[in-house]
Design a protein. Sequence first.
Length: 193
Amino acid sequence: MDILVDAIPMTNLVTGISRYMRNLYREIETLSGITVSYYTHNGLSEQIPPRPDPRRWAKIMSGTWCLPDPVVFAVRSLFWLKLENDLRRKTRGNKFSVCHEAGFVPPALRGVPVVYTICDLSLIKFRDKHPKERVWFFDFFFKRRLPYATHIITISEYIKEEILKEIGLDKDRVTAIPLAPVTPYSIPGLPVR
């Protein structure tokens, strides 16, 4: 099995999605018969992307955060359309068995199954807690891109039930895969006592 991963969330600060993806693929890479290709701004790599320097990331993002919401929405949308185009080129010829997306929306791909992870429904249920441009992006792309998701993974039975209720998907299209407990041994660099 050859997996293509949109690894851009792994190149941002360590958030829940980034941590989820790093731990998931650290384990998947131990399985035989599976190859993983990570797509980032730098193209494809066989290695999990390195974690970003938080100071450098904050410096780059601080310029973005002071732009007007419509500008950020436009830039984010253009970036997403470029990412989709890049992924389409990478998936031509059926080299990959599956594409995994864990960001805001699934990519519009044909010819390769797309597995899409939804960790929560905060962009639907708690819209006022997100930046306007992020909500606009989600509103514009989510319903248009959801049909491209062959299957959806979520992190708990509770979130699965919320997805079924709020989005109205067929229950056979959504699978809950609970997160593993975090132990000191599963966090690189954390001293174990």
